[in-house]
Design a protein around this ligand. Sequence first.
Ligand code: FAD
Length: 411
Amino acid sequence: MQTYDLIVIGAGAAGLLGAGTAAESGLSVLLIEKMEKPARKIRISGKGRCNITNTKQHDDFLEHVYPDSRFLNSALRNFSNFQTIDFFNSLGLKTVVERGERVFPESGKAWDVADCLVNWAKKSGVEIICNTKVKSLNIENNKICSVNADCNNIEKIIEAKYFLITTGGISYPLTGSTGDGYNFAKQAGHTITPLQPSLVPLEIKNHDIQLNKLQLKNVSLSLWVDGEYVDEEFGEMEFNVKGVTGAITLRLSRNAVSAVVAKKQVELKVDLKPALSSEQLQNRILREMQTLQTIEPLLRKLLPQQIIATFAKKANIRQNNKITDLDIKKIIETLKEMTFEVSGFSNFNESIVTAGGVSLKEIDSRTMKSKITENLYFAGEVINLDANTGGYNLQIAFSTARLAAQNIIKK
Ligand SMILES: Cc1cc2nc3c(=O)[nH]c(=O)nc-3n(C[C@H](O)[C@H](O)[C@H](O)COP(=O)(O)OP(=O)(O)OC[C@H]3O[C@@H](n4cnc5c(N)ncnc54)[C@H](O)[C@@H]3O)c2cc1C
C-alpha cells in the first residue's frame, strides 16, 4: 500500500492551494474530497462571481478578521492578498479590482477560479479523489498514521506521513462542508470553540412581511446591544420574509448573533438619510410642505413606497392627517433612526461563514501545525477564524493553506 507524503482532507480553497503547493515541490500528495467535484463552495461564492481577495494593506486587512487577527499575521505576511492576485494572474486568470477594493476574476465567473485552482493542483502533481469521504483518523502514539475513508461504499485505509485538515466549516452544508473536520480535530485532542453562523441574515421581531425584498441603498445601519451602540455600516441592505439581509446587515451579524445567543436585547437602527443632518431634513420638509397638505405625499417624496406604511407605524403618525410640528419631529427622528428589534438569526444553511472552530491556542500560527498531534496541520475555515465579506475569508483559506504546506515541505 502506498504511503503518501501528505494527505489533504477536503478540496475547497484551502485544500487545493495547500495540496498544490506541497505537490509542486515534489511531495506525493493525495487530496480527498467527499463531493463529486472539488471546490463547490468557491463555485457559488460572491454570488457566482467569487470575490477572491481584496487590495487592503496588511493592518487594514487584519482589522476585518476575528476573533484574534494576530493569529493570521504570519500566514498573511507569508502569502499576502497581493501574492494571491499574482498567483491567479500567473495562472492566466485575469482579475479586476472593484468598489471596496474587492478583487474578482475578470470573467465574472466563480467557476473560472475553481477550475483554475483545480487544474493547477492537478498539474502540480496532486492526486485528487472525489466521492470519497474521510470518516476518521487512525492515531498511534500521538501521531496520525492513516485515515479511514469511504470511497463509493468501499472502506479504505490510506496512509501518509503528514495530514492537513481543510474541511471548512458547517455553513452551506450542501457544498460538502458539514463540519467533519471538527470531529477529526477532536479525535486528535483539539478543542472546538462554540460554533455560530456568521455573515448571516437577521430575524426581526414582529417583522412586517410587506417589506420583503425591499432594497435600501446608501443607508447607515447601526447595531445596539442592551441600549449601547456597538457598530455601524454604510451601504446596502435588503429585507426578506423574516427580517434583514444584504451586505451591511451581514457585516454586523457576527456581533448581533453573539448578543442574541447571550440573550441580550439587540436592535438595528437604520439611518435612512445619512447624508442629511436633522436640521437639513427639517429645512427640506418645510420646503416640501409649502406645496403639500398631508403627510402621505411628503412620505412619498422622502421614501420608497414599500416602506411607507411601516415607517408611519413606527413614527406613530397618520398618513392622511394634516402635518403638525410634532409630526415633523417624529418623521425626522424616524428617518434618522428607524429601529428594528432583532429576535434571532438564520441557521448555518444560510450563513456565509462559520464563526468558531479549532481553537487558535492549539495551533502554531507560524506554521499551522497542531500543538497536540505531531504530524497534523490545519488550514481554512475549520480553524477558529472568520472575517467580514469582501474576499477576506478566501484569503484566510489561501494564506493558512500556503503556510501549512510550506512547513510540511520543510519537514
Ligand atoms: C454563498 C457563499 C458565498 C461566499 N462568497 C465568498 C466570497 O465571495 N469571498 C470570500 O472570501 N469568501 C466567500 N465565502 C466564504 C468562503 O467561500 C469560505 O470561507 C471558504 O471557501 C473556506 O474555504 P475552505 O477551503 O476552508 O473550506 P470549503 O471551501 O468549505 O471546503 C471544504 C471542503 O472539504 C470537503 N470535506 C468536508 N468534509 C470532508 C470529509 N469528511 N472528507 C472529504 N472531504 C470533506 C467539502 O466537501 C469541501 O469541498 C462564501 C461562502 C458562501 C457559503
